[in-house]
Write a protein that binds this ligand. Structure first.
Ligand code: KG4
Ligand code: ZN
Length: 342
């Protein structure tokens, strides 16, 4: 008997997405981004996002069915992001999922968006529980020990901004295009990371908590000092600022990862591995740093391909599949949750 065909829906931030999965087979994964809609506002506008999700979810589902070459009636279960996220978008997804599940008479599964990110490495790699997870995105930053589809231990996380947010704000401060991650990374390649030394916050504090909000203030000060000094920024200044910033993020994440690994290895896992996910996991400097840390500690390093690292619905369908297998389905009382810690 083939594994169940799962329809996944994601609408918790600024990507509207639908995907069809059978086991570990991604039959289709449609993601409709909203960067252009929010570009003039310097961030995601919740009301605009909610409206766009409501308008596009149906379209996404149709396209996903089309690309997978299946019909709605063949779907065995509906998995939907039920939080955490912007409530308008999450509501759109949950309402559609409830309608589809009722109409088709199929199970409904409410998936935590963070669990979706955290389980996705198992979609592309034979990872066994427990593995260590570093989730680094525009909205999140945390270390988790992943023990099962619904079983996580949080070792620590950011106490303020997420690293992606810091990349985006740095880009804004330096007049680089959004999303900031890729543009800051490209600039950093041309820069000298040693010219400016930015703070490495919370390194003196025990544990795995991180902080990134002070970094953007430091960048802003350094930029203003350069402008006051020389009347403007040269291209080299900008590249050096980016390189210094990226090095600070990398160093902090490397050190906190060492600590998370120490806590994780205390449990003597059978196949020790670190998986990373989230948009910031695309950063090559960070990846190289984390791979070094893993090699030193005797851990395997793995990361899903980028299209599965950033927000998508295949990860929701995959997590939903694991939950379905464990009998963790929802009913019509499933609610959309703006906050939902793992
Ligand atoms: O996971 P994601 O698509 O969305 C959520 O935040 O859930 O992550 C988007 C974030 C943005 O802040 C973007 O600037 C950052 O990931 N990002 C990067 C890179 N590519 C994307 N940050 C650093 N380096 C990159 N190459
Ligand atoms: Zn996400």
């Amino acid at each position: 008997k083939p594994p169940p065909l799962i329809l996944g829906l994601e609408s918790s931030c600024d990507d509207t997405a639908a995907a069809l999965l059978r086991g570990r087979d991604v039959l289709s994964s449609v993601v409709m981004g909203q960067n252009a809609l929010h570009a003039d506002f310097g961030g995601v506008v919740p009301e605009i996002a909610a409206r766009a999700h409501a308008e596009r979810l149906d379209l996404c589902v149709e396209q996903a069915l089309d690309e997978a070459g299946v019909t709605l009636t063949q779907v065995d279960a509906i998995a939907v992001t039920a939080g955490p996220g912007l409530i308008g978008g999450v509501l759109s997804g949950v309402m559609l999922a409830k309608g589809l599940a009722t109409g088709l008479g199929k199970p409904l599964i409410g998936v935590n968006h963070l669990a979706g990110h955290a389980l996705t490495p198992r979609l592309t790699d034979d990872l066994t529980y427990p593995y260590l997870m570093l989730l680094v995105s525009g909205g999140h930053c945390q270390f988790l020990i992943v023990r099962g589809a619904q079983d996580f231990t949080r070792l620590g996380g950011t106490i303020d901004d997420a690293p992606g947010e810091a990349f985006d704000k740095t880009a804004r401060i330096l007049g680089l295009p959004q999303p900031g991650g890729p543009s800051v990374e490209a600039e950093a390649l041309k820069g000298d990371e040693k010219r400016f030394r930015f703070p490495r916050p919370l390194l003196d504090r025990e544990g795995c908590d991180l902080s990134f909000s002070g970094l953007k203030t430091a960048i802003l000060r350094q930029r203003d000092a350069l402008i006051a000094d020389q009347g403007g920024l040269t291209l080299q200044d900008r590249a050096d600022l980016c390189a210094g910033f990226q090095a600070a993020v990398r160093d902090v994440l490397m050190e906190k990862t060492r600590r998370a690994i120490a806590a994780y290895l205390d449990e003597a896992p059978a196949d020790p591995a670190l998986a990373v996910a989230g948009g910031v996991a695309a950063n090559q400097a960070l990846r190289a740093g984390l791979e070094t840390v893993c090699t030193d500690a005797g851990l395997r390093f793995t990361a899903p391909p980028l299209r599965l690292c950033t927000d998508n619905a295949a990860m929701i369908a995959y997590a939903g599949g694991e939950m379905l297998a464990a009998g963790q389905t929802a009913d019509m009382t499933l609610s959309a949750r703006p906050r939902w810690p793992l």
